[in-house]
Design a binder for this molecule. Structure first.
Ligand code: 13P
Ligand code: SF4
Length: 369
């Protein structure tokens, strides 16, 4: 069945797709690859001493009683990164013990994609979801990219397939396809250019077309359409975390907290964004809070991000409706440790698909620079 309709019309998913696709893989890196034994995970005086500066960073968001359980994992992971010549990338939605205590590079999807092109490490451990690990692999075909749990998916990435994009191209010949990075490598490979929530308007306007197809997030597409004169043809995907927020809920928070500032992610539905004082990607939300320093703020996005920003800004009061991303939460300290010990789960992508996806991602990254 072909999608029908015009600007901002919602098309429907044509087939479901599993996120992880086995591929032929890329050349093994020179990193030490054999499995390593499990280190002792005791909270000794040495572990307490070595991890004390890290606890200082998170003490306002992690109860002291939990630290003796986390600290041995944190020390073991930080030691193993050196052994494996590995770098840990962590999305802004990771839990504070990952984000503040083991990550080397942190940020939104765009920042992680750009950072992935610059690392000298042999091994990249992606503490985000599967599409982010695929993006890292697409940009680093000769490096080993690991994801601590390959079941860490995304409702947006699962909403569309490469075959769907081919059918859309038949339905709208000559209309360029802009694909949100929250998609599989297969979908990226069928696209003209990728975008993130940080650069969606810039990417859409860069194409010199009066109409673009923008996939797969209907709400990001609607928000982008509200910021540009370019007509947008949208898909009907949605983020299962952001679509749960409602405008009514935000009005209640505002009433109960006079003077509160509301900062929202563009994956939220329009009635939610209508209540927001600022809308932007996770990185832009953070920099807005740090620049404007409101006394009280509500971040309308995944719950852990407020903890991460709160740890760096203890003077700001964060009001939290706690919507967790179940996929991001599959990444835990024990799974990261296991990943570094066993060199699993390695992300592999068919080289032809990876090459085409790379073209779309690099076009976006080069636009940025
Ligand atoms: P950002 O690019 O803003 O980090 O968003 C990624 C994401 O998955 C939001 O749900
Ligand atoms: Fe996907 Fe939403 Fe989770 Fe982001 S928060 S990874 S868009 S399901």
């Amino acid at each position: 069945m072909l999608p029908t309709g015009e600007d901002l019309e919602m098309t429907i998913g044509l087939e479901a797709e599993a996120l992880a696709r086995p591929g032929t893989g890329a050349a093994a890196s020179g990193a030490l690859r054999e499995p390593l034994p499990m280190p002792a995970l005791e909270y000794t005086d040495e572990v307490a001493r070595e991890t004390a500066p890290l606890y200082e960073r998170v003490k306002t968001v992690i109860p002291a009683i939990e630290w003796p359980v986390m600290a041995p994992y944190i020390k073991a992971i930080n030691d193993l990164k050196k052994t494996r010549n590995a770098v840990i990338l962590a999305h802004n939605y990771q839990a504070p013990e990952i984000y503040h205590c083991v990550a080397d590079i942190k940020g939104d999807s765009l920042q992680l994609a750009v950072a992935a092109t610059k690392t000298d490490a042999d091994v990249i451990v992606q503490c985000g979801v599967h599409f982010m690990a695929e993006t890292a692999k697409v940009l680093n075909p000769d490096k080993t990219v690991l994801i601590p749990d390959r079941r860490a998916g995304c409702s947006l990435a699962a909403s569309i397939t490469g075959a769907d994009v081919r059918l859309l191209r038949e339905r709208y010949p000559g209309v360029p396809v802009v694909t949100y990075v929250n998609t599989s490598a297969d979908v990226k490979a069928e696209s003209d250019i990728c975008c993130t929530s940080s650069n969606a308007v810039e990417v859409v306007e860069s194409l010199g077309s009066d109409r673009v197809i923008m996939l797969p997030d209907q709400y990001l597409a609607k928000w982008t359409a509200s910021q540009t004169d370019v007509k947008i043809i949208a898909w009907n995907g949605a983020c299962e975390v952001h679509e749960r927020f409602t405008g009514e809920e935000l009005r209640e928070y505002r009433e109960a907290n006079p003077g509160i500032q509301i900062v929202a992610h563009p994956e939220c539905p329009p009635d939610v964004l209508a209540e927001a004082d600022f809308t932007g990607s996770t990185a832009k939300m953070t920099s807005w809070v740090e620049k404007n320093r409101p006394a009280k703020v509500l971040l309308v996005t995944e719950c852990s991000m407020a903890s991460n920003v709160a740890a760096d800004n203890p003077d700001i009061d964060f009001i939290r409706p706690c919507n967790l991303c179940p996929h991001m939460k599959r990444i835990t300290l024990p799974r990261i440790l296991d990943s570094l010990l066993t060199m699993g789960e390695e992300v592999t992508i068919d080289p032809m698909v990876a090459g085409n996806a790379r073209r779309a991602v690099e076009r976006m990254v080069n636009l940025k620079s």
